[in-house]
Each structure stands twice: as C-alpha cells, then as structure tokens.
Design a protein around this ligand. Structure first.
Ligand code: FAD
Length: 485
C-alpha cells in the first residue's frame, strides 16, 4: 500500500503544498509515498503543446524524479493518450500500487478541471482518498473578488485587492520536505512515448530543475530587479527574468518569486514607487489571467472575452500568416522577434505585444491563429497568459488595449531597439543597413532602386503592407468593438 502524489504543472519539491501534505499523510499512516506523472500525447497535441516545450517537460520530469529519489520517494511515469483514458489508467495504477490516497495540485483550464471532476468520481467509487491543493497562484483563482463578489474585469483594482489580501499574511514558501526514507538509487531516465520524431525539439539551452530556476531567480533579484522598471522594455538588454518556463511548469512557485522580491524590496507591496513594484505587477498579471480563466471558462474554448469581437471580419490570408510566422513581413522588428521565437522558444514581452498587434491589426488575422502558433512555439506556452496576451493585443480581451491603439512597428523599433542591436542579432542580413532604413523599411524598399549596391546581398523582403493604409483598414474592421471602448 502507499500514498501517491500526482505531479502536473507543479514539477517541484520546494513550496509544494501537495507534496508536503502527502509526506505528512504517508508518515502518519506509516506508508511509502510514490510520485507519478501522466504523459498524454494526444491531449498535448490537442492543446498545441509544442516540441520544445515537450522536451523541456520531459527533462524537468526526469530532474524531479531525481530530486524525489533523494527524499526516498519512488516515481512512475504513466502514459495514456488523452484525458478520456485517465481514469482507467489511474484505477489500474491504484490497484497495482495499493494507493490509499492521492494528492494533486489543481489546474485551472477547463479540460483539466473536467478531468479532475471525473477523477473525484472514480476515487469515491474505488474508495481512494483524493485531496487537491492550489499550487499555481499565491491566491487561489476565485478568491480575489470585488465587494459585490464578482471577478475583476480590469487589472488595476484586481492588483490592489490582491495586494491587500496578501499584505495580511506572511509570504513564506514551504521548504523541501524532510526525506521520508533513505535515498533511492539513481533512477533510470524516463522518456515520453510520443508518436513521431518531430514532436520533440532540443530545449537544452534552458537548464532544468529547481536548482537552475532558483539560481536564475536569485541572480535576477540581486543584479537586475532594481533596474527592471527601466530596462524591461528593451529586447536587446538582459532586463527581464526569463523565468517564464519555470513558472509555467511550476518548477518555481510564484510564492518563491514574491518572497525573494520582498526580501530585497520589502516596501514593494505598499509603495507604488518601490523598485520592486513593476515586477510584482507582472507576477500579478500572471495570476489575473488565471483567475479570469477560472471565472470565464469559455476563454479556454477560443471565445472572445468581449462578444462584440465576434463581429470582426478577419482577412485571414494564409500567405501573409505564413510570412508572419517565418519572420518575412519586411518589418525588421517584427521579423527579428519571430526569429527569436522560432530559434529559442522564447520572445521578449515587448515583442510579443508588437508581433501580436501586427498580426491582428496590420494583417487582420484572427488572434486565435497567432495564439495557437505561439502556444506551439513557446517554451513557456501557457493557456492563461497566452490567451490573455493575445486578446489584450487584439482588443477583444479583458482590460484590453483599445482597438484604435495600433502599435506602429517603426516607432516601436526606434524606441525600444534604438541602435537596432536586437534586430541585427536575429536578422544578420541587415547588418550593413543604415539604422534609418532598418527602422523605416519603407524607405529601404524605395532605396533598393536608388542604391542597389547596398541591398544587393540582402535577401530581405519589402514591407508586406504599408503602415498607414493597414492602420486605416484595421480601424475600419475593428470599429465593431467601438461600443465597448
Ligand atoms: P518577467 O518580465 O521577468 O516577468 C516575471 C513573470 O511574470 C514571467 O515569467 C511571467 O510568468 C509573468 N508575466 C510577466 N508578464 C506577464 C504578462 N503580461 N502576462 C502574464 N504573465 C506575465 N507568458 C507566459 O508565461 N506564457 C505565454 O504563453 C505567454 N504568451 C503571451 C502572448 C502575448 C501575445 C503576450 C503579449 C504576452 C504573453 N506572455 C506569456 C506574457 C509575457 O510576455 C511573458 O510572461 C514574459 O515575456 C516572460 O518573460 P520573463 O520571464 O522574462 O518575464
């Protein structure tokens, strides 16, 4: 017999309430504890989990297995194709291992919630205990509400209330539990059974494990946090934490991040002008979007948050979409950003906003196309943040950027990559272009004819659309959102 803990997107041993409670239960009942992870390849496919993300998860699961072995906790990798087969697999596992109780972190997405409702029925039927904990947010989704009991639709009052609620308690991450038994021998490497070769892509430039995540957090807090407010918008600088993949899979908890932040800048909760404040706000945005999914599950099903968005007539030109995906729009900032995404699995936040705005407004491609492309390409792909970011950019979302505010890719380029060093890093073919033409590709396109020698070697396309005409077209198409503006 044993107690079991099902790890999902909470692949850590520290600050893990489910693990902590499972260890307590195992100790109290004098039983061993087993951890398990469920690989669901068809479900991943359906959820657009990308090949680099899959590799990252697999490596992280292996790292977790090693960490658990050092605590005397055995680990199993279970496979079932999709969520419809989860109960059969869990029931069989419970019988095989004699599981008496299961602990697991709750997940907010709709299919995951349905899976857990079915699991609760199963465990009742077969007489196995089941306990869920909240591992993803500092405050569980549903717990931050207006005085009238509603979920906030706007970030700023949500953030205020979130801080009030958090301010009343000490933010103390749980430590790694004490070993339950002598360390187990080094476990054999596990691998996901995925159907084809192309479904995994090397993610090794992202180190895995809690140690690596913690090191990155500590170094960010010590060296970058004080300047985050000034540097976070410049993609050429190393100004943000790059912790998103670790937060997306719970290798690091948001509580650990906030505790480290407050340790350095204790006033950040109360004072707007604290140097830690803008990073605190980003962590709160992450929670806001998760709370939104909980309150409006239809967001998981591709629905516009603002129903007026249902009347937008998207152009959805497949060739233009392909040009955007491949970084061939002829707007250097947009293209460099897409190449950063395609090469590294990550994109800077400023550029996520610029590229999402360009796709939905300049090209009038449905935000769902971009959302899905990002989801597959991003190593930190996360339904809540991705959907929130896309709908914000398209103007259909909660607390959205108004439809008439359309990022100008040329002024964004001048402002946020003034010396074009980011652009040149990802578009080496433009290395010799004069700065003015990098920022204003329209002028570059015309000078192809007046200064052909400069452009002879650059196989770089002219702009796919002219900015002011595209802007006008977007204003007309998106005017259906006007009633809400
Ligand atoms: P930092 O600036 O160091 O921020 C710290 C953490 O706060 C991040 O790791 C992340 O967990 C959270 N965070 C920061 N900004 C946001 C935000 N705007 N919304 C929600 N959480 C935030 N983030 C994802 O984690 N996964 C996604 O799939 C995702 N898709 C996005 C799509 C679009 C169109 C946009 C505009 C934004 C998206 N974001 C997404 C949010 C944001 O761009 C990334 O979280 C951020 O760039 C990650 O870099 P970082 O870890 O250095 O962030």
């Amino acid at each position: 017999a044993c107690v079991a803990i099902w790890f999902r997107s909470d692949l850590r041993t520290s600050d893990n309430q489910a693990l902590w409670l499972a260890c307590e239960a195992a100790r109290a009942q004098g039983l061993p504890l087993r951890g398990f992870y469920m690989a669901t390849p068809a479900q991943w496919q359906q959820h657009s989990v990308g090949p680099m993300q899959l590799d990252f998860i697999e490596r992280s699961v292996n790292q977790l297995q090693r960490a658990l072995a050092s605590l005397g906790i055995a680990f199993d990798l279970l496979h079932c194709d999709d969520f419809s087969l989860v109960n059969v697999t869990v029931e069989e596992y419970c019988q095989r291992q004699g599981v008496k109780r299961i602990f697991a972190g709750r997940e907010v997405e709709i299919n995951e919630q349905r899976r857990d409702q079915a699991l609760a029925q199963l465990t009742r039927t077969i007489g196995v205990g089941l306990q869920f904990t909240d591992e993803h947010c500092l405050l569980p989704p549903g717990s931050v509400r207006t005085q009238g009991g509603e979920m906030y639709r706007v970030f700023t009052p949500f953030f205020r209330r979130w801080r009030e609620l958090l301010g009343s308690e000490a933010i103390m991450p749980l430590p790694v539990p004490a070993p339950l038994a002598p360390a187990l021998p080094e476990p054999a490497e596990l691998s996901f059974k995925v159907s084809n070769q192309g479904s995994k892509q090397d993610s090794h430039h992202w180190p895995v494990g809690e140690g690596a995540a913690r090191q990155r957090l500590d170094s960010f807090i010590a060296n970058q946090l004080a300047d985050y407010g000034q540097e976070r918008d410049f993609p050429a600088l190393d100004g943000t934490s790059c912790l998103s993949p670790y937060l997306a899979f719970g290798i690091l908890s948001p509580r650990q991040c906030v505790a480290a932040l407050l340790n350095r800048f204790p006033e950040a909760m109360a004072e707007d002008n604290s140097p830690g404040r803008s990073w605190l706000a980003e962590l709160a945005w992450r929670e806001f979007y998760r709370h939104l999914l909980h309150a409006w599950p239809q967001l998981c099903m591709g629905r516009n948050f603002n129903v007026l968005g249902d009347d937008i007539v998207w152009r959805n030109d497949p060739q233009e979409f392909a040009a955007w995906c491949e970084g061939r729009t002829g707007y250097p900032l947009v293209d460099a950003a897409m190449r950063q995404l395609n090469q590294t699995g990550w994109m800077h936040n400023r550029l996520r906003m610029v590229t999402a705005s360009f796709l939905t407004k300049h090209l009038l491609v449905d935000w769902r196309w971009g959302e899905q492309y990002f989801r597959r390409a991003l190593i930190d792909g996360d339904l809540a943040a991705n959907n929130g970011g896309w709908q914000w950019s398209a103007g259909t979302g909660c607390d959205a950027q108004p439809y008439f505010r359309i990022f100008n890719p040329m002024s964004q380029s001048e402002k946020f990559d003034p010396d074009a060093s980011f652009i040149r890093r990802y578009l080496p073919e433009l290395a010799h272009w004069p700065l003015k033409q990098i920022h204003h590709p329209g002028t570059a396109a015309s000078s192809r004819f007046t200064e052909p020698s400069l452009f002879a070697t650059a196989a770089y396309p002219p702009p796919i659309v002219e900015h002011s005409a595209a802007r006008q077209r977007a204003l007309t198409a998106l005017a259906v959102l006007k009633k809400s503006a």
